[in-house]
Ligand binder design. Structure first.
Ligand code: SAM
Length: 279
């Protein structure tokens, strides 16, 4: 069986979009609240060595974080994201690309409750190794789509939930929608961030339509194509669905996503970013 390993993709354009936005929302919720909760339903191992054999195979990070590290940008959110990656590496020359668990651990403190779900044995073991010294972090080897069965969600507590499945199995689209439809009332105090790939335009449109049909009022869509749609089924871009963000988020983050796209897109790309509230 061909098992997904995030190592192959660490630091690519989709990771940069996801992690830049994750940091944006995490900071927005850390500022007003003393203690937050964070749930990563599909955590990965948390820290990816850039000279790892898997990563070296495709070097996807070369069209992601590597480009950002050499660019001069005035955008404060992109600058903060780069600073975070450099700080984790303790250098401006990076050896590691941090996954979502490492980024969140780095930007939070002991008062915050962090839950990392990872189902695949090897990734889970590495995750445990990378974070065992933090008493505020719980690492759980269960299906992330069922996270509410493994941990008691404090409805009142503010926080962030990152839902970041693989989508190799097409059931993942349905599982995301069902999770949101059935449980969003319990997540009212949490910003829910759902990552999705753009592989096939019809599949993506259907996925977005499903969110519209949930009737949830506050849904933001951020999508960053880096190349024109094509029928090759490669990932031409990626997006995020964000539930419960501040109403003015689209306004404040649009320029950043446009800037990120201008750094990472292919020369002939004609597809524009989408930063819209779904109705
Ligand atoms: N969130 C990570 C980040 O941004 O750095 C990347 C996660 S990667 C896209 C998805 C991870 O989910 C993989 O490590 C995979 O082994 C794991 N996984 C796959 N199915 C899962 C499931 N049902 N529950 C929990 N983890 C799962």
């Amino acid at each position: 069986m061909n098992i997904y390993k995030h190592n192959n993709h660490a630091g690519n354009h989709a990771d940069t979009l996801k992690h830049l936005c994750l940091i944006y929302f995490l900071k927005s919720i850390k500022k007003p609240y003393n203690s937050i909760s964070y749930i990563d339903t599909h955590a990965g191992n948390g820290l990816y060595k850039l000279d790892d054999n898997y990563i070296k195979k495709n070097e996807e990070y070369q069209n992601g974080i590597s480009k950002l590290l050499i660019v001069k940008t005035k955008d404060p959110y992109i600058r903060f994201y780069i600073k975070t990656i450099n700080n984790i590496n303790q250098s401006s020359k990076i050896k590691f690309y941090p996954g979502s668990p490492k980024i969140v651990q780095h930007l939070t403190n002991k008062k915050d409750e962090l839950y990392f779900f990872e189902l695949i044995e090897n990734e889970y073991k590495s995750l445990q190794k990378n974070f065992s010294k933090y008493s505020n972090i719980k690492i759980i080897k269960n299906d992330g789509f069922d996270f509410f069965k493994s941990i008691k969600i404090n409805k009142e507590k503010n926080g962030v939930i990152l839902i970041d499945p693989v989508y190799k199995n097409k059931d993942d689209y349905l599982k995301v929608i069902n999770l949101v439809k059935n449980y969003h009332i319990q997540f009212e105090n949490k910003i829910v961030i759902i990552w999705y790939p753009v592989l096939d335009r019809i599949e993506t449109n259907n996925f977005i339509d499903e969110f519209k049909r949930t009737g949830i009022q506050n849904i933001l869509r951020i999508e960053m194509p880096i190349q024109n749609d094509n029928s090759e089924k490669d990932m031409t871009g990626s997006g995020l669905i964000i539930i419960n963000s501040h109403k003015k988020t689209a306004q404040s983050i649009r320029g950043t996503i446009i800037e990120l796209q201008s750094i990472l897109q292919f020369k002939d790309n004609k597809k524009k970013v989408i930063v819209n509230n779904l109705k």
